[in-house]
Design a protein around this ligand. Sequence first.
Ligand code: ADP
Length: 396
Amino acid sequence: MKIMAVNAGSSSIKFQLLEMPQEEVIASGVMERIGLEDGIFTIKYDGKKEETHPVLKDHAVGVELLLKSLIEKGILKDLNEIVGVGHRVVQGGEYFKDSCLVDETVVNKIADLADLAPLHNPAHIVGIKAFQKALPNVPQVVVFDTVFHQTMPEEAYMYATPYEWYTKYGIRKYGAHGTSHQYVSQRCAELLNKPLKDTKIIVCHLGNGASLCAVEGGKCKDTSMGLTPLEGIPMGTRSGILDPTVVSYICQKENKTAAEVVNILNKKSGYLGMSGRTNDARDVTAGMEEGDHRCKLTFDVQAKRIVDYIAAYYVYMGGCDAICFTAGMGENVIHLRKNVLDRLAVLGVKLDEERNNVRGKEQEITADDSKIRAFVIPTNEEVMIARDVVRVAKLA
Ligand code: ADP
């Protein structure tokens, strides 16, 4: 059976068509620059990669073009072969405790939660509606990034702010990248050859957005992202945690509004702001290799903060079996993993430099006598979405 996993952003739709239950990718790709004159449609199938430049007026046009292409390229004979569609949704608040089938109430609730994910939730709804229009008889399932974090204990998700902020406005930590943290921790338990319920795992999802998660017995116990994806460690363009007074101070010094300063913390900080180069780890690595102090400092600040969380989670879980690195940087930036793991020598972590010399491939990277094992585990959010479609729409 064929399942479409969809990740719709404000100007893009990423997709993967999977054959289930084999979990084989039949086709994947992305439509970018939706709403602009010069759209980009990239599709990979049968070992081929094709790129075209259609005008993608809106998401509905993009989805129609995608489905038409699947037929034209012979990837599908008939659209009826798609028996379920799964949509990634960034923010499910406290309302959504599991993935679920889409109906009007669900769409309205996702819209209500848009305050907490203004860039993401509205875009997801546009994506859902576009697929509903194109495939009206196919079940659509929403899979939330926040659901995995709903098991956090109260003491981990509450902020020490006036309690009424929580009851009135839902101010608390919700976390992000839950689908990735869940996939990687489950895969890690397999590699450890231990039942998931007996494992204590720390997952470092280090992409352009980045978060850490303490996963005990397969359940999230704490995570570094908060009310929004700004909290936690420094990221591509986001600052991560800081003293909130910085906001009012810069407002006053630069005559800006709080919203403008928060926008800078989201879009002009992190790797980009610190290094003065770009948000891409490859550019910052090149700078570091040229001897640029700010580029080296960028990695050091991030590695230090990553270790702060790992140490906290180690204590909070009462130990740790494994540390996993995933997503664009976690899978590819060798020197960053070394920078992090070398700082953990005090916990008996021993990096194996030869094993660590790996990109984008599943591999153990610590020495055999390391007290905590570390792995690179490429994430696979799409497969988790497809599995949830099969489970929730009862397609098995
Ligand atoms: P997101 O999904 O949050 O946008 P990704 O997980 O795709 O991010 O990670 C993107 C980041 O990963 C890039 O900004 C880049 O810094 C880093 N990255 C990806 N591939 C490589 C590579 N081969 N070498 C070094 N860094 C890489």
